[in-house]
Design a protein around this ligand. Structure first.
Ligand code: PGA
Length: 262
C-alpha cells in the first residue's frame, strides 16, 4: 500500500483575536515539538497570518501556515478580497478552496472554486480542496454524485503533476460544526469512492498518492477510529482546533495511525 503522510489542518474560521491566536499557536507548536509523522497546518483568520507566522518561525516549527480562502485574480478592483500573491508575501504555504461555508453561506460555485484551485496551484502553493454533500443530498442517496461533480469541476484543467500539491478534504456538510460525525465505515466508503474517481481522472498511481482528509466534528474521542481507515489521511478540524490540547491530541492520533500502517 502507498504510504501517505497524514495531514491535519486547524481551521480557526472567523474565531480568535490577537491574544487567542498567539496563545493557540504557541500551544500547538509546543504540544507538537516531539511529534513527527504528521503534517500540520494552521489556518488563522487573515489579520493574524503574520502573527502566527512569526510564532512558527521564532520556534523553528515545521507547522505550515495556511489561508482559509483566496481570490483567483492577481490584483485589481476587488474590494475586500485577498490575492494569492499577498498570501505568499505573508508566508502562506497552503490555501483552503471550496470550504462548505464558502459554498453554502457565501454562495461559491464549482466553477469559481476551480478558478481558485488553478490559481493557487499555478502560484506554486499547496491547496486543500473541500468537497461534501448536504444532509438532503445524503438522504437522497446522492453523496457520490455530488462529490464527483464537485471534484470534476474543481479539478478541470489541473494537470496531474500538480496533484502532488493538492489534498482533498471530504467534509459532509451535515457533520460540520454539528457534533454529528460520519461513522468510520461511511467516511471510509466516501473516501474510497473519491480516490477511485481521482483514479478515473488521473490514473491509479496519482490516485494512490493523493491525500484525502476527513472533516466534520472530528474530536479527540473519534479521531483514532477515523484515522484507522485505509483511505483517510488525516483531518480538517474546525471547533476542536480552537483548543490547543484537543488539536494536538488529534495530530498525535494521526501520527500514531500512520505508524500503525507501516
Ligand atoms: P468542525 O469543522 O470540526 O467544527 O465540524 C470542520 C471544518 O469546517 O473544516
Amino acid at each position: 500500500m502507498t504510504q501517505r503522510k497524514p495531514i491535519v489542518g486547524g481551521n480557526w474560521k472567523m474565531n480568535t483575536n490577537r491574544g487567542v491566536a498567539s496563545e493557540l499557536s504557541r500551544g500547538v507548536v509546543d504540544g507538537l515539538l516531539h511529534t513527527d509523522g504528521v503534517e500540520t497546518v494552521l489556518f488563522p483568520p487573515f489579520p493574524y497570518l503574520l502573527l502566527v507566522r512569526s510564532i512558527l518561525r521564532d520556534r523553528g516549527s515545521s507547522i505550515k501556515l495556511g489561508a482559509q480562502d483566496a481570490y483567483p485574480q492577481p490584483d485589481g478592483a476587488f474590494t475586500g478580497e485577498v490575492s494569492i500573491a499577498m498570501l505568499k508575501d505573508c508566508g502562506v504555504q497552503i490555501v483552503l478552496c471550496g470550504h462548505s461555508e464558502r459554498r453554502h453561506v457565501l454562495g461559491e460555485k464549482d466553477e469559481f472554486i476551480n478558478a481558485k484551485v488553478r490559481a493557487v496551484l499555478e502560484a506554486g502553493l499547496e491547496c486543500i480542496l473541500c468537497v461534501g454533500e448536504t444532509l438532503d443530498e445524503r438522504l437522497a442517496g446522492h453523496q457520490d454524485i455530488v462529490t464527483t461533480r464537485q471534484l470534476k469541476t474543481a479539478l478541470a484543467e489541473i494537470p496531474g503533476d500538480w496533484l502532488a500539491r493538492l489534498t482533498i478534504a471530504y467534509e459532509p456538510v451535515w457533520a460540520i460544526g454539528t457534533g454529528k460525525v460520519a461513522t468510520p465505515d461511511d467516511a471510509q466508503a466516501a473516501h474510497k469512492q473519491i480516490r477511485e474517481f481521482v483514479g478515473h481522472l488521473y490514473g491509479g498511481e496519482i490516485a494512490s498518492r493523493v491525500r484525502i482528509q476527513y472533516g466534520g466534528s472530528l474530536k479527540p474521542g473519534n479521531a483514532a477510529d477515523l484515522f484507522a481507515q485505509d483511505d483517510i489521511d488525516g483531518g480538517l478540524i474546525g471547533g476542536a482546533s480552537l483548543s490547543a490540547g484537543d488539536f494536538v491530541t488529534i495530530c498525535k492520533a494521526a501520527a500514531a495511525s500512520a505508524r500503525a500502517r507501516r
